[in-house]
Design a protein around this ligand. Structure first.
Ligand SMILES: Nc1ncnc2c1ncn2[C@@H]1O[C@H](COP(=O)(O)OP(=O)(O)OP(=O)(O)O)[C@@H](O)[C@H]1O
Ligand code: SF4
Ligand SMILES: [Mg+2]
Length: 380
């Protein structure tokens, strides 16, 4: 394992064994989360983002299960461990904000007490009074109005947005080594969203926490993430540092995602959409999983499935063609092709291909602009 990584996923396969057949929801995924970095995971609905992180947390439900792969957390293998063992090993060091937080709170315990108990379990040295003060402060930071009053509320007395903020407070209060956030702010209004994302960034800067952020919002990715993985039909199809991904988008699917978001100054009346839908995992096309929706697809794409290949340092795509639509090597054993999943950590470790601070900041701002958030830079 690369010591720069807090999490290293290799060859992860999680399948659903249904009556109608086997659905490869996560099909050979490699992801690195370097220490102190924020890594984004994006893709359309049903691509396998949640199932990837649920696999890491040992939370896949029947008929789904991890069938193959390695998950190293802080150097320790956690793949396939039962939930209780997993909790022992990484309970205090990994926090997760779930996509459906409403189901994660105990309905008969006051929300303040629930968060306080989490804090006390992880910090045995502090008193209940001190823990309560920290919870109220965290409630304030995640935008819960009148936090002293809300501390004594039961979950059903709070709106959906407030309950979500309670869950976010609970995930952050223990200052985990790794925060996994699955669409954490989707249901919140934009000002609260900005406040929470800013808080996530502050916590990363303050404690060196790493974050795996799943989001549909490419503006958030551009603003917040150091490195991005794009997922399609259970596989990573593109991965790169954030500014590289936005500046030199190479995979037709990522290009489609980026061109389907509105931009300031855009004159076209209709937004671009990617034709078709994510294929049914039980009936994937024979070759490249994207071939039925891809404008560049040819006979070769329908015959076999591409491997991830590195097209520039730390930038990998799963496609037979490069950004210009020209054929590139497709076999992972070809010269110049590198084992997948090492992009983020290599870059973090070597720094050799890293742009200067100002260049990177400039590229990031441009990427943010490209993602349709020009003029909102101050939001985070
Ligand atoms: N209980 C289940 N039985 C069979 N297949 C399932 C089940 N739950 C999920 N899947 C499969 O796993 C795939 C990936 O689901 P996942 O929840 O990871 O998608 P996602 O990328 O998180 O989507 P979203 O953006 O909507 O949250 C789904 O397309 C579906 O085919
Ligand atoms: S391999 Fe072919 S079908 Fe698949 S994304 Fe690349 S060009 Fe499109
Ligand atoms: Mg999901």
């Amino acid at each position: 394992m690369d010591n720069n990584n807090i999490l290293e996923i290799r060859g992860l396969k999680s399948y659903f064994f249904t009556e109608k057949g086997t659905a490869p929801a996560v099909d050979g995924v490699d992801i690195d989360i370097p220490k102190g970095q924020i890594v984004g995971l994006v893709g359309e609905s049903g691509c396998g983002k949640s199932m990837t992180v649920r696999s890491v947390m040992g939370l896949l439900k029947y008929p789904g299960r991890v069938v193959e792969g390695s998950i190293l957390f802080d150097g320790e293998e956690i793949a396939g461990l039962p939930e209780n063992k997993l909790r022992d090993i990484c309970g205090r060091d990994i926090s997760m904000i779930f996509q459906e937080p409403m189901t994660s709170l105990n309905p008969v315990v006051k929300v303040g007490k629930q968060v306080r108990e989490t804090l006390l379990v992880h910090n045995r040295g502090i008193s209940k009074t001190e823990a309560k003060a920290q919870v109220i402060e965290m409630f304030r930071k995640v935008g819960i109005p009148e936090p002293e009053k809300r501390y004594d509320s039961y979950p059903h007395q709070l709106s959906g947005g407030l309950r979500q903020r309670v869950m976010i407070a609970m995930a952050m209060i223990c200052k985990p080594k790794l925060l996994i956030a699955d669409e954490p702010t989707t249901a919140l209004d934009v000002t609260i969203e900005a406040q929470i994302l800013r808080l996530m960034k502050e916590l990363r800067d303050e404690t060196g926490m790493s974050v795996l952020l799943i989001t549909h919002n490419l503006g958030v990715v551009a603003e917040l993430c150091d490195y991005v993985y794009v997922m399609y039909a259970g596989k990573i199809v593109e991965q790169a540092e954030t500014f590289e991904l936005f500046d030199h988008t190479a995979h037709p699917y990522t290009k489609g995602l980026l061109s389907s978001i509105p931009r300031i100054g855009q004159t076209e009346e209709r937004l671009h959409t990617i034709p078709g839908v994510v294929p049914n995992l039980l009936h994937l096309p024979k070759g490249c999983a994207f071939c039925n929706r891809c404008e560049l697809a040819d006979k070769g794409c329908k015959g076999s499935s591409p491997e991830l290949i590195e097209i520039s340092p730390g930038h990998m795509i799963r496609c037979f063609k490069n950004a210009a639509g020209e054929a590139v090597a497709s076999d992972a054993s070809s010269a110049g092709v590198k084992a997948p999943g090492t992009g983020a950590s290599d870059k973090a470790a070597s720094g050799e291909a890293k742009k200067s601070e100002s260049e990177a900041a400039e590229a990031k701002a441009e990427a943010f602009d490209k993602a349709g958030h020009a003029g909102e830079e101050g939001a985070l």
